[in-house]
Design a protein around this ligand. Structure first.
Ligand code: MOS
Length: 761
C-alpha cells in the first residue's frame, strides 16, 4: 500500500481507487457546461457597479449594435418569476434578493441585465457596451459601517433555534479562580470552486432540462419549478460531475430560473458561464464574524463558566447565520454556559454555507481561547482538553454516541512529536526561523437525511445503483459502489453507479457532510431487499415465513458485517425465481426524521437530522490537529511545514478517499488561517480581490507536510452505514492550531484572521 492508500484498520472498508478517477484526469468527465446542446444561444451577465440604489435607465444602443446579439433582458422585459424562500427557512434559495424584478439594487454585483447572443464572445462584447444610469445611495458594507442594524439571530431565522444556556454563567464566571475574556475575528471568504457557476437550459416542449453544477439536484429542480410556476415533474437537473462545491451549490441562485425563463421565451437552449468575479456576488459566501469568549476555570483547569457571543453579517432581507454556538457550548464539560448570536444587516449579497459553516469560525474562537487559558494555567493544552473531556454534552446532558477526542489527541501528539515541545514561547528556533507548535480540537456533527435508491442485480452479478447523490469531488461514486458490492457480495467492478440526476431516486443536499451516511444507508437497505427476495426463492418451503423474512439479512449495523454474512448463490436464486433481473426500490430515513420525510424528499425541502438535534443522544465526529509554524525573525514570513491530524468518524468506508477528504480539509484549514480573505472596499461595499490571482488559495508549496491518521471507531447508534461525515471535519480547528503555534513561536497572540506577515510585530 502506498501512503495514499492507508491499510484499513478495524471497521474500515477497502482503500480502492476512485471509480471516476480515470475519467476525471483524462478530461472525459462531462461537467455541466460540457453537455452538448442543439444550436445554443449564449448568455452573459451584466452586474451592478453600485451596492445600493436603483437603475434609472439603460442605454443599450451600442450593445444591440454588436453583431450576433439576440436579446438584452433587463427588469423592464424579464420573464416574471415567483418568489422562493430562503434555504435555511425551508425553501431552496440562497437569497431572496430577486434580480431583474425591479430597478432596485440590493448589493454590488447584482445581476441587472442578461445579454443573449449567437456566441459567447458577442454576448460578452455587448455586455461590456451596456450603459447604465444609476441613482446611488451610500451602502453599509460590514461591521461598524453606518446604517447597519443588529439583532439577535433567534426568532429571525428558523434554522437558528436556540442560544444554548445552562446553569448560572454570570455568577460562576465572577467567582472563577481564573478568568479569560478575549475577542476574535474571522474574515469574509468565498468558495472559489474550480468549476465556474454555469447554467445550461434546454426546453423540449414543456419539459426543461438544466445542466448545472449542483450539490442538490432535487432542491434545484423543485426550486426552479416553483419560480417558473410549473410542475416539478417537468424539470430535470443533470450533473454527473461537479467541479467543487464547498457549500456554494447547495442552494439555488437566482440565475437558474432567469436563464430557464429566457430560454423558454426564445425557444432555444441557452448556455451561461458566469465569470470568476461574478461568482463572488451572484452566489453565496462565508460572511465575516466576530466573537467574544469568556472562560472561567478553577486553578486545576476545570472549566466552571463558558460564554460565547458571536455576530455575523448578512444581507438586508435575509437573516442568514451559521450560529456555531450549538457546537461550542457542547464540546467540553462545563456546568455554567451562556451564548448569544446576533445578525448584522448590511448592503451585501446574502451569505451562505461554506466549508464547515458553523464550526470553522466558531471553533477558531473557542480553540484559541482554550489555548490562552492553558497559558494562563501554565498547563499543557492537550491536558487542558483532557481535564474537560466529557461523555455527555453539558447543555441537555445527552450522551455522545461515541467520542474519540482524546484518543485523537494522543495519536496525533505521538505522530507529531508533541513531547519535543518546550512550552515557553520563543524557546524553539532554527537559524533565522522561530519555531512554534500548536494544537486544537476539531469536531463536526454527524448528519443524515432521507434518501431513496434503486438497485438492479443481474444473474451474472452485474449491478446498477441509482441514487440522486452528488459527486462533488468527494468519492461518492466509489463509496456507493463499495457499499452495494459488499452488501450483495458481487465484485466491485461489476457495480455501476448513477448519480447527479434528479430523475434518479432522491437524495439530500450534498452538504453538512451527510452524503455518505445517507446514500450508503439507503443503498444498503435496498440491497438487503434484493438479498431477501433471492434468499426466499431458495429457502425450503418448510421454513416459516418469519424465518424467511430475516434469513440472509445482516442485523449488524455496518457493511463490514455483510461480508461475513451468509453467502448467497445468486445464480441458483435467479434460477429458482425464473428471472434474469431483480430490481428493488426503497426509501430510507434516519432515526428522528419527520413522518412526512419521504413526501418532502420528492417534492419539498428535506431537513438534515443528527448532531445535537437527536432525541436522547448527540452525534459528532472528532479529531485533533497539530501544526508546526516557522516565522522568520527578520522578514516575519510565515510558513507551515507540518500539519498532522488524527480523526475518528465511525466506519471509514474507504480509507483512501477519506484520507484525501481529510487532507484537503487540513489544507483548507491552514488556508483559513493564513491565506483566504475577501477584501471589502467599505466605501462601496464591494469585493476587491474577486479573482484567483488576488484571492489567495493554497498550492502544494504551502503545505509540504500533511499527515492524516485514521482512528478505528465503531458507532452503532448513528445510521446503518455506521459512518460519520468527515468531509468538513478536518478544516475545523486548524486556524486555531496555527494561531496557537504562532503564539508559541513569537509570544504574540493573534486573534484576527487571516494572519499575514504584517500582523507579526
Ligand atoms: Mo457544505 S458548506 O455543508 O456544502
Amino acid at each position: 500500500m502506498t501512503a495514499a492508500a492507508p491499510e484499513p484498520k478495524a471497521n474500515m472498508g477497502q482503500p480502492v481507487p476512485r471509480y471516476d478517477a480515470h475519467s476525471k484526469v483524462t478530461g472525459r468527465a462531462t461537467y455541466a457546461s460540457d453537455m452538448p446542446l442543439a444550436n445554443p444561444a449564449y448568455a452573459f451577465l451584466v452586474t451592478s457597479a453600485i451596492a445600493k440604489g436603483r437603475v434609472d435607465g439603460f442605454d443599450l444602443a451600442e450593445a444591440r449594435a454588436v453583431r450576433g446579439v439576440i436579446d438584452i433582458v433587463t427588469h423592464e422585459n424579464a420573464p416574471k418569476l415567483k418568489e422562493s424562500k430562503l434555504f435555511s427557512n425551508g425553501g431552496y434559495a440562497g437569497t431572496t434578493i430577486q434580480p431583474l424584478k425591479s430597478p432596485d439594487i440590493a448589493h454590488d454585483g447584482q445581476i441587472i441585465a442578461v445579454v443573449i447572443a449567437e456566441s459567447y464572445e458577442a454576448a460578452r462584447e455587448a455586455a461590456n457596451r451596456v450603459k447604465v444610469n444609476y441613482t446611488v445611495a451610500a451602502p453599509s458594507a460590514t461591521f461598524d459601517s453606518p446604517g447597519t442594524t443588529t439583532a439577535a439571530a433567534k426568532g429571525q431565522n428558523s434554522q437558528f433555534k436556540e442560544d444554548p444556556k445552562v446553569g448560572d454563567f454570570a455568577k460562576a464566571f465572577a467567582a472563577a479562580e481564573i478568568q479569560l475574556t478575549a475577542a476574535y475575528d474571522t474574515p469574509t471568504q468565498h468558495h472559489n470552486p474550480m468549476e465556474l457557476f454555469t447554467t445550461s437550459c434546454a426546453w423540449i416542449g414543456d419539459d426543461l432540462v438544466i445542466y448545472e453544477p449542483s450539490q442538490y439536484v432535487h432542491g434545484l429542480k423543485n426550486g426552479v419549478a416553483e419560480q417558473l410556476g410549473i410542475d416539478a415533474d417537468k424539470v430535470r437537473v443533470v450533473n454527473p460531475y461537479v467541479g467543487g462545491g464547498f457549500g456554494s451549490r447547495g442552494s439555488m441562485t437566482p440565475r437558474t430560473a432567469i436563464i430557464a425563463g429566457i430560454a423558454r421565451r426564445l425557444n432555444r437552449p441557452i448556455k451561461l458561464v458566469a465569470t470568476r468575479d461574478q461568482g463572488f456576488t451572484i452566489t453565496t459566501y462565508r460572511a465575516e464574524t466576530r466573537h467574544e469568549i469568556k472562560l472561567g476555570a478553577s486553578r486545576d483547569g476545570k472549566l466552571v463558566a463558558l460564554r460565547h457571543e458571536g455576530a455575523e453579517v448578512s444581507s438586508r432581507p435575509d437573516a442568514y447565520c451559521v450560529g456555531g454556538t450549538k457546537t461550542t457550548t457542547r464540546l467540553y464539560a462545563c456546568p455554567n454556559v451562556d451564548s448569544l448570536v446576533s445578525i448584522v444587516r448590511a448592503d451585501r449579497n446574502t451569505p451562505g454555507f461554506m466549508r464547515s459553516p458553523p464550526e470553522v469560525p466558531y471553533l477558531f474562537a473557542l480553540e484559541s481561547a482554550m489555548d490562552e487559558l492553558a497559558v494562563k494555567l501554565d498547563m499543557d493544552p492537550v491536558e487542558l482538553r483532557r481535564i474537560n473531556d466529557t461523555t455527555n454534552e453539558p447543555i441537555g446532558g445527552k450522551p455522545y454516541t461515541s467520542r474519540s477526542l482524546m484518543a485523537c489527541f494522543d495519536e496525533a501528539a505521538k505522530a507529531f512529536g508533541w513531547s519535543q515541545r518546550s512550552s515557553q514561547p520563543k524557546s524553539m528556533a532554527e537559524g533565522d526561523w522561530l519555531i512554534g507548535y500548536g494544537c486544537a480540537a476539531t469536531c463536526y456533527p454527524t448528519q443524515m437525511g432521507p434518501a431513496a435508491a434503486r438497485v438492479r442485480l443481474q444473474r451474472d452479478g452485474r449491478t446498477r445503483v441509482e441514487i440522486a447523490g452528488h459527486e462533488i469531488g468527494t468519492g461518492a461514486y466509489t463509496v456507493i459502489a463499495q457499499t452495494a458490492a459488499e452488501r450483495l457480495g458481487v465484485p466491485l467492478e461489476k457495480v455501476a453507479v448513477f448519480i447527479g440526476d434528479s430523475d434518479l431516486p432522491p437524495a439530500p443536499v450534498a452538504g453538512g457532510s451527510n452524503s455518505t451516511a445517507s446514500t450508503c444507508s439507503a443503498v444498503m437497505m435496498v440491497c438487503d431487499q434484493i438479498r431477501q427476495r433471492l434468499f426466499k426463492a431458495v429457502m425450503p418451503d418448510s421454513l416459516t415465513d418469519k424465518a424467511k423474512e430475516t434469513v440472509g439479512i445482516s442485523q449488524a449495523p455496518t457493511t463490514q458485517a455483510a461480508k461475513s454474512n451468509r453467502p448467497l448463490d445468486i445464480e441458483k436464486a435467479f434460477d429458482a425465481l425464473g428471472v434474469s433481473v431483480v430490481e428493488e426500490y426503497g426509501e430510507w430515513k434516519p432515526e428522528g426524521a419527520p413522518l412526512d420525510s419521504f413526501k418532502a424528499m420528492h417534492s419539498g425541502h428535506v431537513r438534515l437530522v443528527g448532531g445535537h438535534q437527536m432525541q436522547d443522544k448527540i452525534a459528532y465526529a472528532f479529531g485533533a490537529e497539530f501544526v508546526e509554524v516557522r516565522v522568520n525573525r527578520f522578514t516575519h514570513e510565515i510558513r507551515c511545514p507540518r500539519l498532522v491530524g488524527a480523526f475518528a468518524a465511525g466506519r471509514i468506508m474507504n480509507p483512501r478517499t477519506a484520507r484525501s477528504q481529510l487532507m484537503g480539509g487540513l489544507i483548507w484549514g491552514m488556508s483559513s488561517a493564513l491565506l483566504e480573505a475577501t477584501e471589502i472596499d467599505e466605501r462601496n461595499a464591494r469585493y476587491v480581490n474577486d479573482n484567483l490571482a488576488d484571492y489567495l488559495v493554497p498550492v502544494n508549496a504551502d503545505v509540504p507536510g500533511v499527515e492524516v491518521i485514521l482512528l478505528s471507531e465503531q458507532d452503532d447508534h448513528i445510521n446503518p452505514a455506521g459512518a460519520k461525515g468527515l468531509g468538513e471535519l478536518a478544516n475545523v480547528g486548524t486556524n486555531a492550531a496555527i494561531c496557537n503555534a504562532l503564539y508559541h513561536a513569537t509570544g504574540q497572540r493573534i486573534r484576527k484572521l487571516p494572519v499575514r506577515l504584517e500582523n507579526i510585530e
